[in-house]
Design a protein around this ligand. Sequence first.
Ligand SMILES: [Zn+2]
Length: 509
Amino acid sequence: MQAPHIGKPDDGKTEEVEKRDLGTVLRQFGLKDGEEEPWVSDLGSGIGSPRWYRSLAFMLVLIALALALWPDFNAVQAAPDVDLTEEERDEYRSQMITPLALGADTGRRMGPSRLVVPLASAPERPVVELTATLGSGDTLAAMLRRAGVGAGDASRAEELIADAFPVKDIEGGTGFQMTLGRRTSPSEPRPLENLTFRARFDLQLTVNREGGPLALEKRVIRVDDTPLRITGKVGSGLYRSARAAGAPARAVQQYLKALDEAIDLDREVGADDEFDIIIAYKRAETGEVEVGDVQFAGLSRRGTAKAQMLRWGKDGKFYDANGQGELRTGLVSPTNGAITSRYGMRRHPILRYKRMHAGVDFRARTGQPIYAVTDGTVSFAGRNGGFGNFVKLNHGGGLQSGYAHMSRFAVSRGQRVKRGQVIGYAGSTGLSTGPHLHYELYRNGKHIDPLSVQFVVRAQLSPGELQQFRAHLRELKTVKPGAALEALAPRNEEPAEPVREIDRLSNAA
Ligand SMILES: [Zn+2]
């Protein structure tokens, strides 16, 4: 290594002095050139020389220094240690939050201090009030025993209730409010003080002990059964609009089902149509309500009824306003009349020889309506030889039906007909001894016995029943929409506001 030249290069003396001073400085950093040795050197060369030992010693010193300054990883003390007494520790424990995993008991109870005195026995509540629910398949006595009522009281209460109401008829899920009194000794059950429940929607029963033995009180709850009527525009959708108008989901479903029997819901319902739902509804004066089944399902357009279905009879079927029940399956009888001749071989009454009778004859007066046995298309309507005025319907699925000897037609060729629709009127045209309906059924073009296919007779109310039916329909339709939602008037009319003294004084003045 060449030392830098400082000063004038031609001045030899000055250069000597300068060189010695620089050498001293460089020696201190081990960077001296020439014969002077540096403090550290490559330990791989000159092993065993004094210079090598000095370098080794220097390295060991550096290592020792590094180790001495190595940091440790112990927790840093943030606050000085405090010696807590037992009391102080308890106080802290009551206020601290500890993980549950570490067995925390904070948040549940306070750490007892020395002021807490343990008791030999805990004092009892004077009265216990509770609610118990009768399970389905449960018995009243078992339920009472479970709730803590003694055997004697439970059987006495059941006896009392049975006098007023059949215990078996109490519905599962009925809630019982009970009050149990103070017991005389810890080994005895608490006595039953009061037991109140709703035996029926309109009957509340109370078993009460006033000083002496248990006694039963009956309270008849006033119930108003004004049906709930909901009306509104169909708008974007019948279901949604009816739900938005406040009809319960179950009621809307029943409504749609009833309506579906009368009209085609896909095609015959318009946005301007008005729905009219009347639901059985009971309100108790205590505020509970009981929503029953849909009683009336109506749909009208600008005041003209499109469908009016009324629930009627023991089986709760819907009938239309004319008193006709609906059928969705099977074939309708083609006319209302007794069968006079069946399918099979017989002697022809006019042609006088034995031949096949390929249909069924129904007794019918001239002009009596003839119905399509099921949905179909009119494939023939006109004169057809001995059949006279004849209508043939194609029902799809290879099934066809024929109606002969009609006096008049009510349909024409190509027309679509619905089940039960009038297609013509009975008569005696063609080869016929008198007015009747000759009805035939074909499968894949071949005659089959019409009676082998099950008929469903359209339910029709008798004239007497029809009177009651119509009266009920009229009565039901007088209900104002929303009338059932008004508050029940109190039984005893009381002045709404007591007369104030100041009013009287101002009147007197
Ligand atoms: Zn016939």
